[in-house]
Design a binder for this molecule. Structure first.
Ligand SMILES: [Zn+2]
Length: 255
């Protein structure tokens, strides 16, 4: 894997945005493999295809590229709000690539994959409609709120120019792939519990540790009157998915 963009590709273009688009797309095609099946190279979609920028010729998963000269923040700006909600409902959200490059030397600093199966309506924020004077007046875009996604949903293929082991990335992506089978409400609960477990910052934790989040979870799910059984139910699902193991009664270990 090479970290530098091929600058010779930029010569044909005048606009800086177009240069970055061409170089970063080319870089992905040269260097990035499919994080689901490991296939060595992705293929490009035709320009402006609504489903994404790349797909895997082997397993057909889709990918969308976001290229920025800044590190990943708590929010990513994305396209139309309505089409994102539609994709979430139809379970067709692409996997997101966040490419952070240094503008001084066009070198990739971080490359993060956010699997599409982590997306729920709750992480999508509606932006203000564009002003009446704008070319696309009234158009409504969205932001992806990354704070609501657990850390396990940010796979660093490259972190501070260090390249992660491919087998590790494939195993992380596939370990949580079971989330795509869960409906919105269920998935929201699972992600909430995973975020709580992360906040504990312990490899081994108890049920009592998690019960301390009861008021926070109650606030997020005001209609639910059985928060504790719900917590235990999510722990069982996470155990069946090999995310954690039950050590003894009321004691759990993250795998
Ligand atoms: Zn694949």
């Amino acid at each position: 894997m090479l970290l530098n963009f091929d600058f010779s590709l930029a010569r044909k273009y005048h606009s800086a945005a177009q240069q970055i688009r061409v170089m970063s797309e080319n870089w992905v095609l040269q260097n990035i493999y499919c994080v689901k099946c490991g296939y060595r190279q992705l293929a490009p979609f035709a320009n402006n295809t609504p489903v994404g920028d790349f797909y895997c010729p082997s397993c057909k998963k889709n990918f969308e590229l976001k290229t920025h000269k800044t590190d990943i923040k708590s929010k990513i700006t994305d396209g139309a709000f309505s089409s994102m909600i539609d994709k979430i409902e139809k379970h067709t959200v692409p996997n997101f690539f966040y490419l952070h490059y240094a503008p001084a030397d066009y070198r990739v600093q971080n490359f993060i994959v956010i699997p599409g199966y982590y997306f729920t309506r709750r992480i999508i924020e509606k932006r203000q409609p564009l002003a009446p004077t704008a070319r696309r007046a009234g158009w409504v875009g969205c932001n992806i709120n990354l704070r609501a996604i657990p850390e396990s949903g940010k796979l660093y293929l490259i972190r501070k120019q260090q390249i992660a082991d491919k087998s590790q990335i494939l195993s992380s992506f596939n370990q949580m792939f079971f989330l795509h089978r869960h409906k919105e409400e269920n998935k929201g609960w699972l992600l909430d519990i995973m975020k709580c477990i992360e906040k504990l910052n312990k490899r081994i934790f108890s049920l009592q540790d998690l019960y301390r989040f009861e008021p926070v979870l109650q606030e997020k799910h005001p209609c639910n009157r059985n928060i504790r059984p719900k917590i235990r139910q999510q722990l069982q699902i996470l155990r069946d998915a090999n995310y954690l193991a039950f050590i003894e009664k009321g004691l759990y270990q993250i795998l």
